[in-house]
Design a protein around this ligand. Structure first.
Ligand SMILES: Nc1ncnc2c1ncn2[C@@H]1O[C@H](COP(=O)(O)OP(=O)(O)OP(=O)(O)O)[C@@H](O)[C@H]1O
Ligand SMILES: CC(C)(CO)[C@@H](O)C(=O)[O-]
Ligand code: BAL
Length: 282
């Protein structure tokens, strides 16, 4: 049985009733098979599974999609039930932020200003603040995040290490459609033509990974990824396409690396990334 709780008080009661280990999956709802994979991974690794569903206003910019973000609680609960979640915590804005906007926020440091942080100022302050609040409220043994949001996963890991948060952060590989598109709640904004154009992101990553496998260097890998992005159906506008170290640290890249892409398709902003292996520098 999956219990829906709406308040901190009921959450505390549900938490107190859990005797074994707890895995927490944080989401903004509009759940899809990517989220379900996180829930099933939690089910395998912990005695209890708790899902949070909260569209966090703190991480949306003034011109972003907070108001139109899909809210589908009934369908989400059915997915949580199917995946064997014990508890769903779906608080209201007032329940999460009873005193309004918090004056103290988690500072994500320099990585928080780069990539997603550059395009979405304040985004990671909002994400890490709500993640830390949810960790305090649920006190899990492990928490699972998707690699689809790779910079977010990296920063949550960094926060747990740097601020001594006693939780194991588990990364889960990206779940894709058969044609390569990464599953994302925002995919439901796409028209049929935009859905075709959205394939430019995964095509760029695939081309980059293939170039790396053929032994090409970082410059050639990036150039191949750019060409593949441009060769896709028209309609995708690149925000960034970068090749970095797997921890997103600045500096030259060789050996294991990460290729990350963000693009606009119509009014929808999508992100994706892939692990790639460059030849070690000789
Ligand atoms: N395709 C996917 N594969 C694996 N994990 C995913 C996938 N999509 C989302 N997740 C993970 O699910 C968690 C909750 O993400 P969120 O609710 O924002 O979904 P989303 O699909 O990323 O939404 P959005 O389209 O708004 O970015 C995050 O840890 C995210 O990385
Ligand atoms: C981690 C998260 C639930 C925080 O609001 C959100 O950024 C998301 O869904 O990835
Ligand atoms: N999927 C990460 C949350 C966001 O884009 O707002």
């Amino acid at each position: 049985m999956t219990e829906l709780v709406r308040t901190r008080e009921d959450l505390a009661k549900a938490r107190a009733a859990m005797t074994g280990s707890l895995g927490v999956v944080m989401t903004m709802g509009a759940l899809h098979a990517g989220h379900e994979t996180l829930l099933r991974a939690a089910r395998e690794q912990a005695d209890h599974v708790l899902v949070t569903i909260f569209v966090n206003p703190l991480q949306f910019g003034p011109n972003e999609d907070f108001d139109r973000y899909p809210r589908t609680l009934a369908e989400d609960l059915a997915i949580c039930r199917r995946a064997g979640a014990d508890v769903v915590f779906a608080p209201s804005r007032e329940e999460m932020y009873p005193e309004g906007q918090p004056r103290v926020r988690v500072d994500p440091g320099p990585l928080g200003e780069d990539l997603e942080g550059q395009s979405r100022p304040g985004f990671f302050h909002g994400v890490l603040t709500v993640v830390l609040k949810l960790l305090q409220l649920t006190r899990p043994d492990l928490t699972l995040f998707g690699e689809k949001d790779y910079q977010q996963l990296t920063l949550v890991r960094r926060m747990a290490r740097d601020l001594d948060v006693p939780v194991r952060v588990v990364g889960v590989p990206t779940v894709r459609e058969p044609d390569g598109l990464a599953l994302s709640s925002r995919n439901r904004y796409l028209s049929p033509d935009e859905r075709k154009a959205a394939l430019s992101l995964s095509a760029a990553l695939r081309a980059g990974a293939e170039a790396a496998d053929r032994g090409h260097d970082a410059g050639e890998v990036l150039a191949g990824a750019h060409r593949a992005f441009g060769a896709g159906a028209p309609g995708a506008r690149l925000d960034y396409l970068v090749l970095t170290d797997p921890d997103l640290e600045p500096g030259p890249v060789s050996g294991p690396a990460r290729l990350l892409v963000a693009a606009w398709v119509g009014n929808t902003r999508l992100i994706d990334n892939a692990a790639i292996r460059l030849a070690p520098r000789s």
